[in-house]
Ligand binder design. Structure first.
Ligand code: A4P
Ligand code: MG
Length: 162
């Protein structure tokens, strides 16, 4: 059996109850076989970047998984489908988007999967939550380069154990 790999998954949603969709997705990621949820960032709100519709809710989770990266992607896509994700066009508003950001120190460049995620360095909605849970993975210079993009913490609701 392969050793567990530390991986990071970005979560995003901007249709319906986006915060609930992101929290529910975190719970589903924790249930993926051969995988444990190690850390979850706070929830953040950000304006759509190269996309449309309402503000997004974004977060990042750290997992440890024994699944190979393509198998992990398949599990993530099944969770997206279960959340009612439709794909009318690229970057369409979405009920749930799960992107594999990092898979250990691996580099993957296949048609279906590119890791590290090719657009993560340009996006505050990825780098800010990633820096919260994995500060060693994001440099101050990288954070500074996206500082012009507005992103705010979603107030947590203590009544619901958040
Ligand atoms: N794919 C390749 N590499 C990966 C990877 N590392 N993780 C392939 C996940 N999937 C990967 O993705 C299309 C195909 O990318 C998949 O079939 C998979 O084989 P998709 O989720 O179906 O399509 P998409 O969401 O339109 O593309 P993608 O790449 O997820 O979009 P982006 O570039 O990530 O942008 N603004 C804010 N504020 N917050 C957001 O969360 N998200 C996007 C999505 C745009 N603007 C946003 C946000
Ligand atoms: Mg995606």
């Amino acid at each position: 059996m392969r050793d567990p790999v530390t991986a990071y998954v970005a979560l995003g949603a901007n249709l319906g109850d986006a915060a609930a969709a992101v929290k529910d997705a975190m719970a589903r990621i924790a249930q993926i076989d051969q995988t444990t949820l190690a850390r979850a960032s706070s929830l953040y709100r950000s304006a759509p970047v190269e996309s449309s519709g309402p503000d997004y809710v974004n977060a990042v989770v750290e997992i440890r998984t024994r699944l190979a990266a393509p198998d992990l992607l398949a599990r993530l896509q099944a969770i997206e489908a279960g959340a009612g994700r439709e794909r009318p066009f690229r970057n369409a508003p979405r009920t749930l988007d799960l992107d594999l950001l990092l898979y250990g120190s691996g580099r993957i460049d296949s048609e279906r999967l590119q890791v590290p995620h090719p657009r993560m360095q340009q996006r505050a909605f990825v780098l800010v939550p990633l820096a919260e849970i994995a500060p060693g993975r994001v440099s101050p210079a990288q954070l500074k380069s996206v500082a012009g993009q507005s992103i705010t913490l979603v107030p947590s609701d203590p009544g619901h154990g958040a």
